[in-house]
Design a protein around this ligand. Sequence first.
Ligand SMILES: Cc1cc2nc3c(=O)[nH]c(=O)nc-3n(C[C@H](O)[C@H](O)[C@H](O)COP(=O)(O)OP(=O)(O)OC[C@H]3O[C@@H](n4cnc5c(N)ncnc54)[C@H](O)[C@@H]3O)c2cc1C
Ligand code: SF4
Length: 811
Amino acid sequence: MKRKLVLVGNGMAGVWCVEHILKLAPQQFDITIFGAEPHPNYNRILLSSVLAGDSSMKDIVLNDWDWYRDNNIAFHAGQAVTKLDTANKQVVSDKGITVAYDELILATGSLPFMLPIPGADKEGVIAFRDIKDCETMMETAKQYKKAVVIGGGLLGLEAARGLLNLNMEVSVVHINNYLMERQLDETASRMLQVELERQGMKFLLEKQTEQIVGKKRVTGVKFKDGSLAEADLVVMAVGIRPNVALAKESGIELNRGIVVNDYLQTNVPNVYAVGECAEHRGVAYGLVAPLYEQGDVLAKKLCGLECEGYQGSVTSTKLKVSGVDVFSGGQYNDEPGTRAIKIQDEFEGIYKKVLVREGKVVGAVMFGDTSDSSRIFKLIRTGEDISGREKEIVLGEGFGGKSGSGGAGVESMSDDEIVCGCNGVTKGAIVKAIQEKGLTSVEEIKACTNASRSCGGCKPLVAGVLNCTLGEDAVTAAKEGVCGCTTLDRDEVVAAIRSMHLTTSKEVMHVLEWNNPEGCSKCRPALNYYLGMAWPVEHAEERESRFVNERNHANIQKDGTYSVIPRIYGGVTSPQELKKIAEVAEKYDVPMVKFTGGQRIDLLGVKKEDLPRMWEDLDMPSGYGYGKALRTVKTCVGSTFCRFGTQDSISMGIELEKRFERLNTPAKVKMAVSGCPRNCAEATIKDFGVVAIDGGWELYIGGNGGVRVRASDLMWKVKTEEEVFEYSAAFMQYYRESAKWNERTSEWVQRVGLDIIREALDTEEKRKALVARIDEALNLMKDPWKEIIETPELRSMFEALPEKEAAAAAE
Ligand SMILES: Cc1cc2nc3c(=O)[nH]c(=O)nc-3n(C[C@H](O)[C@H](O)[C@H](O)COP(=O)(O)OP(=O)(O)OC[C@H]3O[C@@H](n4cnc5c(N)ncnc54)[C@H](O)[C@@H]3O)c2cc1C
Ligand code: SF4
């Protein structure tokens, strides 16, 4: 005789547990499920994606109506259990159905917390928890314009992004002085805010909501400081509370949630709780990964299988907002006793911090690039002792750069380790699906197992499992879209720009049907570059698409001041020039003057409002120490002074720098010229290196001296200076035309292959054509410092606020 199993709550945790029970012991139970919502089991996480327009309601169903029927489950959809009689072991629904149980699972989830303030019950004030809320927001956006989201946490920001996509004006109200303070440190949070502001979100920080105003329907939100924000819709995303209503009257022990032991048992025999409604060792979780772990343990327990009890979970979170990569796991703030490994790259908008205590990784925060997150999170979860190897282990996998392999460490993962945290997909499940269903791509794995279907952050790891299972040769190469806004890759976008003669980013996004009409921080600067490269004359620079350093033509420093590096061609200066630089440094109280690794002089600690005056006083061109452009041409003294020198490396370096300065390139470009093979200018770790030899020059490409050091490849040997100029120009243009935006030459040469590059420049005709195209672009370049000094409108952007106001008052 089968035992009667009743599940109250048709959500993610409860149904996950039932799915496992069906796998472990399909014949053991007669199963009944009650679900208060009138839908089959769906993926709540993906509501953000539905709201943002990336998925439809249909896409997010996890188990459809047939699943219940096929598994002989009596499913009471749209019925809430309102009475629990533990003495007689039965439950009663709001529609009067009574069902007896031998085992009862409570999986009633959470209720959104609604601020108990006047007006909170007005029409247009909702939470973000279920399909109904999502539908309300989508309907509201059709008639109304202004939305206020209360709560700058994960849920609030995802709601805000979705509402922006629905063309609403969105303000996010947050009580704290920075966003997501329960997952991020202040640095990551500020970077996030800047990006979200660029996407169009407005923020009202340190605001305490006092009242929702309006007659029947909301018209605004009033704050304790007396200010008011207009609103047609208010979404409260200020937290959740375990839904314990049903358990309350039944003698079940409650604290914040339903108290359970390591086997998810409550204090009442045969009654269990899983999911957000349960409280285990004092913690009620609000993310799916721990809830799935709980579900696994309970399934085994109910099927009578031996298992270690649930031990609690370390959680991690990712923000599911297009174009924003944010990860947080474990501890996120520096504390006494912890030491941090930090990387902050303001050019790429990347910040990574890993916290280590007593030789163990205890937490991490990442912004801009989360490709290492699975690897680092595994270190946090396993608590592996890495004493003495901290930097080696943390930094070892290309941590500082973009796109770690993701495959690292996959081999050593156990089968029950979770790869996709959102959907709780284990490595074992992925491997099994690959082997049994013959899957050969990440997309197929996603469709079959749900891995990477939600936030997509685990994609590199899924790819790693695929590579590891089949071997790289058998894997179908995944097409890499420019960003989350399109499935088109770089080559397809550039081909469309050329063939359809698209000249603005707006046009590209519209014609190529970007799923996010505003684009994101990845595609906007990339498109600006591709358009400028393809149509140097017609494309008007889209300044707003540039990162802050490129907009301000100076490098922002960690204290908010800027650094100024004037152009010093070839690293050769004069006493007069040095005197002038010294005078400017004194005049503007520059706190530090420093020589750079590229033989230039850096004036650090300059206030933004001083920049134009300082540039004017310097009267030197911009050294582009901030941009995706030629930075420096480093030179040795060469034959001018050095007794070993075979050629005039200084003149060559100066000429090259003058030739290519200001040119927009996919990523920064560094050059060097050495006067003999002793190579004092380190030309073989530069993007383009020139080394003098007897009777000619060797030309090297693809070197890098940064995080991932790469020695360059010797490509050409030439005899004359003219040839050096021709090859260098042809090479630069070919790189401009075929690299992805933000791809350094060191990555590009490896992706494209040396033979292809050689072939592209192998005849004079090809080289001359490339040179003609680069010259067209070079002829249009202007010195940005000079342009700003001479253009009042541009110059005014650097003025301090009071100056601006004074100017406005004078008008
Ligand atoms: C918009 C959004 C985005 C999210 N993003 C993420 C994310 O990126 N990563 C992540 O890990 N987590 C995320 N979460 C959280 C995640 O969805 C929850 O942790 C998870 O759904 C909780 O599962 P659960 O089964 O405990 O509760 P639920 O999924 O809420 O299921 C509980 C169900 O029980 C029903 N119920 C309640 N009482 C009764 C009753 N008396 N009778 C019958 N039925 C009842 C409810 O109607 C509900 O359908 C997100 C949540 C939301 C809302
Ligand atoms: S590279 Fe050769 S020429 Fe240049 S400084 Fe060194 S030894 Fe002298």
